[in-house]
Design a protein around this ligand. Structure first.
Ligand code: TRP
Length: 477
């Protein structure tokens, strides 16, 4: 495939830049909002253990697979072009690129609802910021001042937000606009610079809040909750949830890693990089659990709070903590940074594909993709109020009760990402030219065999079984 419509090849300026951007893509709402929510709802330890198993045995080898496919394709190819080119070089059908296509579509769909949820975060950045400033006496007339609210009123803020289509859409629009602004600047000036500034700030805040929670909250109970497995809780649905969460959180199956892999300069060793991405992402998810649950338990709140855990439960806890207004504000800024480095890469994947497919410039393409995702996101936002009766997946028993946002979330996370991963695992394990793969992964002979075994055998079999029983629970009788 040609090097790109404009013939401009973009690359990361260094290995560090690539690693930071890939970690930035991986670490996001998935770690701080979705992971604690799922762990809380699925009873803690058993979910966490199965999740870590999925990351190590399936996630890590698949990260290496996707980055490798991106780089093997040569200069500047997108998720579709990369797979097509590797297939062609290997003497196989270009139709394998279909799985790259699923990835691009999945990224686009995830972006649409991701930006809506990030909009809630933004709304809470304003709220907690005003609250914090209010604590100093400034903005008193406007500040909602959590201090003076009852617990019901604090919890009710989210209901109020959900009932207001205008507010939901406004925050969604602001967030999508910021994302577009960064992606329009390109790989080095946009993606790379954002990751370099936001990720260190993110890590600093994460560590500070976790330490604070460890001293003021119920750390022991949180650790017991997260690390003591109760295997009776491990249903096929919980397993499917954990696998889907591993894909989602690592940004697998959604174009990011293939696309980012194609911007990796030659000479960078890929395998250690894949390990670092998986370790950092999982570390942050677990730290987020250790940041959130001590606060939840010490305030006597319910860990199975669902999607409202971060937005309803935590503000109540912040209200009761010393310096809670400051901690709350820092917490929502932290999630906002994490969400932004992820949404950038969610937009980059489909944009890279569309740029080459339609031969348009970066800015125009990014604007068109972001605009289309924005419109779908508006549908998700309306799903909380005006369109709350709409059930997109009514025909599918497992998902029949889902509102619009949950439908798209489940369709991507529980179906599209694993299916794309399954296809690319089979392709890489059985169809791609072995020598090409060997050169690009740069593994020692022994590690190559282990990796190939996981990609060719374990990943496809595990993904297939988990999908089968997770999506069609009736099969188990
Ligand atoms: N990993 C991101 C998170 O945990 C979400 C995500 C899924 C993503 N697929 C992606 C981000 C692709 C960037 C690109 O929040």
């Amino acid at each position: 495939m040609a090097a790109g419509a404009q013939g401009i090849s973009e690359h990361w300026s260094s290995r560090t830049a690539f690693v930071l951007a890939a970690i930035g893509a991986a670490v996001g709402l998935g770690n701080i909002w979705r992971f604690p929510t799922l762990a809380g709802e699925s009873g803690g330890g058993a979910f966490v253990l199965f999740y870590v198993l999925c990351v190590v045995l399936i996630g890590m080898p698949m990260i290496l697979t996707e980055i490798m496919l991106g780089r093997a394709s040569g200069d500047n190819a997108d998720a579709v072009g990369s797979v097509a080119e590797v297939a062609e070089t290997s003497g196989r059908s270009r139709h394998w690129a279909l799985f790259g296509g699923i990835e691009v579509l999945a990224a686009f769909l995830i972006l649409s609802f991701y930006s809506v949820v990030a909009g809630w975060v933004l709304y809470y950045v304003w709220l907690s910021g005003a609250d914090f400033l209010g604590a100093f006496g400034a903005f008193q007339p406007f500040a909602p001042a959590f201090d003076h609210m009852s617990q019901r009123q604090v919890t009710g803020m989210m209901g109020g937000l959900f009932a207001s289509p205008g507010q939901l859409i406004l925050q969604h629009a602001i967030f999508m606009g910021i994302t577009l602004g960064i992606v329009a600047l390109g790989v080095t000036a946009g993606l790379e610079r954002a990751a370099r500034t936001l990720m260190p700030a993110f890590f600093l805040l994460l560590v500070l809040i976790t330490i604070y929670g460890a001293f003021t909250g119920d750390f022991g109970r949180a650790a017991a909750f997260l690390f003591t497995p109760d295997f009776s809780k491990l249903s096929p649905n919980v397993m499917n949830e954990a696998l889907g969460q591993a894909f989602f959180s690592l940004s697998l199956g959604s174009a990011a890693l293939i696309t980012y892999g194609s911007y990796v300069p030659k000479g960078v060793r890929l395998a250690p990089t894949a390990g670092m991405i998986a370790a950092a992402d999982t570390g942050v998810a677990i730290l987020a659990g250790l940041m959130i649950f001590p606060i939840v338990f010490s305030a006597g709140l319910d860990p199975a709070g669902g999607p409202g855990l971060v937005f309803q439960t935590l503000p109540v806890a912040f209200q009761q903590m010393p310096a809670g207004a400051l901690i709350g504000f820092a917490f929502f800024i932290l999630i906002f940074f994490a969400a932004l480095t992820s949404s950038i890469s969610l937009l980059e994947g489909p944009t890279a594909w569309a740029m080459r497919r339609f031969g348009l410039g970066r800015r125009l393409t990014a604007a068109l993709v972001a605009g289309a995702a924005f419109l779908i996101g508006v549908g998700c936002a309306l799903g909380y109020n005006l369109w709350s009766d709409v059930r997109l997946l009514a025909f599918w028993p497992t998902f029949a009760d889902n509102d619009i946002l949950d439908s798209i979330d489940d369709l991507t996370g529980k179906v599209m990402l694993p299916v794309a991963g399954l296809g690319l695992a089979v392709f890489t394990g059985w169809r791609a030219d072995r020598r090409l793969v060997e050169v690009e992964t740069g593994l020692s002979a022994g590690m190559f065999l282990v990796w190939r075994g996981l990609v060719a055998w374990l990943a496809p079999a595990a993904i297939f079984l988990i999908l089968l029983f997770g999506l069609f629970p009736g099969l188990l009788g």
